[in-house]
Ligand binder design. Structure first.
Ligand code: GDP
Length: 287
């Protein structure tokens, strides 16, 4: 794994400043994490900055994740006092689900405002999360594409706009893009495998080897079928297994290309639904 998959400190500082300014404008933060790596794709700055502000934890790509582990993660987040839900951000209907959850989360706040005579129809929100987690996809769903920007408002970063949809949500048009954390090799590999860091930032064979290690223990049958492997092949050291798969794919010794194929297969769910993080690892894991 190359070591250059770091964010520049300047970018981080800017992202934090922007998020700190934006949070003052919204009622609720929609914190998006990838359901396949719910812990790895968390940016700790979100909870630090949004301390005390209502936050809805949205596990995206739940359609690609292991459903049992998704349930475990939802329970885990709820024990942390968070309101959490899992979605396929591409499905219609996601807007209602999120709006209802946001309304429930804000019950006290909205009731207090209503007592003061401020009846509120709309809820203002911002989406934040690491690259590729589904921020734009969800934003498009929430504002249902047909909506138009409603213009600038005081305090909003120049050029930033509120988007509204058919529902009662107003979203800032610029989602908060946060950097992923790179505490250790495993974290970086998980981010690479799920697509949260750009392809040029890692060696695909490292990531493919990581994937093979994972799938041969969690889902050996699908690995065998996909790459036409004998059961005994799964006992091979991972680099040899990769070479064998390269040959089976008819790619001679182009193991870089085979690695890319494996990564694409994983991301598309061709090796089945999977989740790389488990809640029970959080206590002991140092990432
Ligand atoms: P952003 O960088 O956070 O704005 O992420 P995008 O919204 O651009 O999504 C990145 C990729 O993930 C796109 O190819 C989306 O179609 C896909 N995607 C987003 N959400 C989901 C989801 O819930 N399920 C699946 N299967 N794909 C998703």
């Amino acid at each position: 794994m190359q070591s250059n998959i770091q964010w520049f400190p300047g970018h981080m500082a800017k992202a934090i400043r922007q998020f700190e300014a934006n949070i003052k404008l919204v009622d609720v933060v929609f914190e998006l994490v990838d359901a396949r790596i719910p812990f790895t794709s968390i940016n700790p700055e979100v909870s630090r900055i949004s301390q005390g502000e209502p936050r809805l934890m949205i596990l995206t790509k739940a359609d690609l994740a292991d459903p049992k582990l998704t349930q475990q993660w939802l329970r885990f987040f709820r024990t942390q006092g968070l309101v959490a839900l899992a979605v396929d951000a591409k499905l219609t209907g996601v807007q209602k689900k999120i709006e209802n959850a946001a309304r429930t989360l804000l019950t006290t706040k909205l009731a207090a405002q209503s007592e003061r005579g401020m009846e509120r129809q709309t809820i203002k929100a911002i989406c934040v999360g690491v690259p590729n987690v589904g921020k734009s996809t969800l934003l498009n769903q929430l504002v249902q594409r047909r909506s138009a920007p409603v213009g600038n408002r005081p305090g909003v970063t120049k050029g930033q706009q509120w988007l509204t949809g058919n529902g009662h949500l107003e979203l800032l048009d610029t989602p908060g893009i946060l950097w992923p954390k790179f505490q250790n090799q495993t974290v970086a590999e998980e981010l690479a495998l799920t697509g949260a860091i750009r392809d040029s930032a890692y060696h695909s064979d490292d990531v493919a080897l990581f994937a093979l290690q994972f799938f041969r223990t969690t889902n050996p049958t699908v690995l065998q079928e996909r790459y036409r492997l004998q059961a005994s092949a799964l006992e091979l050291p991972a680099p040899e297994l990769l070479l064998l798969i390269t040959a089976n794919l008819g790619m001679r010794d182009d193991y870089e290309r085979a690695s890319d194929r494996i990564i694409t297969d994983v991301r598309k769910g061709k090796l089945g639904r999977f989740t790389l993080d488990e809640p029970q690892d959080v206590v002991t894991d140092e990432h």
